[in-house]
Write a protein that binds this ligand. Structure first.
Ligand code: NAD
Length: 252
């Protein structure tokens, strides 16, 4: 097993779902991690799980739509663990499910503030910290909805396409300075987000699964395995790549 004993990571949205699983896996491999999440309960629970297993973790209450909060999780991580060399830029919300012509403007602004501005400013301030430290690795969370059109979730799809653009551009800007910046594009994955999206309806779950060649959702563990590989620096030539992880959902 690769050990990450010398590494320090930040996980936004680490209080639930995919982010929590990545945090637990990084910590198990020895990394110290900061959990930056708007949910105190979820974030603190992730820290408790890591500490109980003998790992090192810090919770920083963060709303990624607030620039001050982003600067704060960067600063707190540097103060506590000395540096930042892994960043999972992952917090995101789905917004509302409604056609674009009816999309509420306040919800659109909120989705842009969290999914796009939160990702952009996270990149900006973490890249600065990584440059001070000689390099690092970043994974941004896009989505299948960042690769293809997604009827009903225009704000979500628009912001996730933007995350793909940010990833490729930032990778091209910083690959020469030893920073690896890639993105993942998960398909439907078994987390609270999918429960909200389907409103817990069995019929809706069955309908979504019918569109996936694998016939099932991905698990947070499957997504985490890919993210941890990309953050571990095991294949540093990978840069500016966007990985679908979706049971073939976007292959057809
Ligand atoms: N679950 C899926 O099917 C799926 C598919 C593709 C992409 N994604 C993406 O994966 C990422 C993680 O989602 P998940 O499925 O684990 O969902 P989740 O709802 O289980 O977790 C999201 C986490 O983000 C946190 N969060 C929400 N708003 C925040 C804010 N303003 N500031 C800081 N933290 C905030 C939540 O408190 C929560 O802990 C999201 O970016 C999502 O768009 C999920």
């Amino acid at each position: 097993m690769t050990t990450l004993n010398e590494n320090v990571g930040i996980i936004t949205g680490g209080g639930s779902g995919i982010g929590r699983q990545v945090a637990l896996t990084l910590a198990k491999k020895g990394a110290a991690v900061t959990i930056a999440d708007i949910s105190e309960e979820g974030g603190q629970e992730t820290v408790n799980l890591i500490e109980k297993a003998g790992g090192r973790a810090l919770f920083v209450k963060t709303d990624v739509s607030k620039l001050e909060d982003i600067k704060h999780y960067v600063q707190k991580t540097k103060e506590t663990f000395g540096k930042i060399d892994m960043f999972f830029n992952n917090a995101g919300i789905e917004g509302q499910v409604v056609p674009l012509g009816d999309y509420p403007e306040d919800v659109f602004e909120k989705v842009v503030d969290i999914n796009l501005k939160g990702s952009f400013y996270g990149l900006k301030y973490v890249i600065q910290a990584m440059l001070e430290n000689g390099g690092g690795a970043v994974v941004n969370t896009a989505s299948n909805a960042g690769l293809v059109g997604s009827p009903g979730v225009s704000a979500y799809s628009g912001t996730k396409h933007a995350v793909v653009g940010l990833t490729k551009t930032a990778a091209a800007e910083y690959a020469g300075q030893n920073i690896q910046i890639n993105a993942i594009a998960p398909g439907p994955t078994a987390t609270d987000m999918m429960e909200r999206f389907t409103q817990g309806s069995e019929e809706a779950h069955t309908q979504v699964k019918a569109g996936i060649p694998a016939g099932r959702y991905g698990t947070p563990a499957e997504v985490a395995n890919l993210v941890v590989f990309l953050l571990s620096g095991e294949a540093p030539i990978i840069n500016g790549a966007v990985y679908p992880i979706d049971g073939g959902h976007t292959a057809i």
